[in-house]
Design a protein around this ligand. Sequence first.
Ligand SMILES: Cc1ncc(C[n+]2csc(CCOP(=O)(O)OP(=O)(O)O)c2C)c(N)n1
Length: 321
Amino acid sequence: MSMSKDQYLALYRQMLEIRRTEEALAKSHQAGLIHGACHTYVGEEAIATGVCAHLMHKDAVFSTHRGHGHALAKGVPPRELVAELFGRATGVSRGRGGSMHLFSPEVGMMGTSGIVGPCILQATGAGYSSKLLNNGTVGVAFFGDGASNNGAFHEGLNLAAIWDLPVIFVCENNMYATEVAFSYATRNTEVAERAQTYGMAACAVDGNDVLAVYQAAEEAVSRARAGKGPTLIEGKTYRTRAHAEGMRDAGYRTAEEVEVWKKRDPISNYRDKLLQMGAASEADFEQIEADVKALVDEAVEFAKNSPYPDPATASQYIYSQ
Ligand SMILES: Cc1ncc(C[n+]2csc(CCOP(=O)(O)OP(=O)(O)O)c2C)c(N)n1
């Protein structure tokens, strides 16, 4: 795969932006600034980055409880994400939603959700809408291995397949659903193999290799835009922090296993690869590190200094039919 230096570095920058934002959020959670749950995406950044690099704002992304990385990669600015988790009026959902209700239709971020599974159906619906309107957009669902055992997975993939809908189903297989090992919850842990049942294209990739994800997503997105139907991408990955901030992280996986995966870090390994290829220099990475630090520091300051929503506006943005 041949890419320009700018393209290579854009992927690096995006992954680092997600990592540094998540680290700032974890710290903020410990400091009591975040009310509600905070599931970080640390270790899985290559998947959102590699997929969203091919999407336009008019493409629709539907996400999960672990959705900060998807929101950032789809174009939500860090300051609006952090402010939302702090419950401030300047947040992406005006401080009314928090981590699991991140909505930004302007950039095609159609929502994170605390309910495991429905994003698969919502993305299928977006694909159906695209087909009816014939507007060339794609729907994308990001979800975990746990969600692949939810009925929504069967319904969504089956419907998308029979109607050749432009949908990309991205399973982030991090081997655990909360504290339940995927190998305990299912006989066949190869999620990509399930696509055969539905008659749809699929591939399993190293989800910690941003270039592998980027390439798989490129094929899937062009297939979808060409009217050739959906694709299931399984990215094999790992979350290196606890399921959610403040939760224990022992008893269901070993410290050794976590250490092995920390060494497979998608960001530092990609950095080493670009250096080896001569595609970028130490100075490039230092510059990006400084830029991202400034961006995230500013985001946290912005969020801290933002007001909470005015209680008098509690019924705003509430609709009934
Ligand atoms: C329908 C539904 N069932 C159960 C839960 C409780 N729950 C929250 S997160 C989670 C684990 C999901 O695992 P997975 O889909 O693999 O995503 P991961 O957390 O590993 O990213 C569960 C079962 C829920 N939120 N919604």
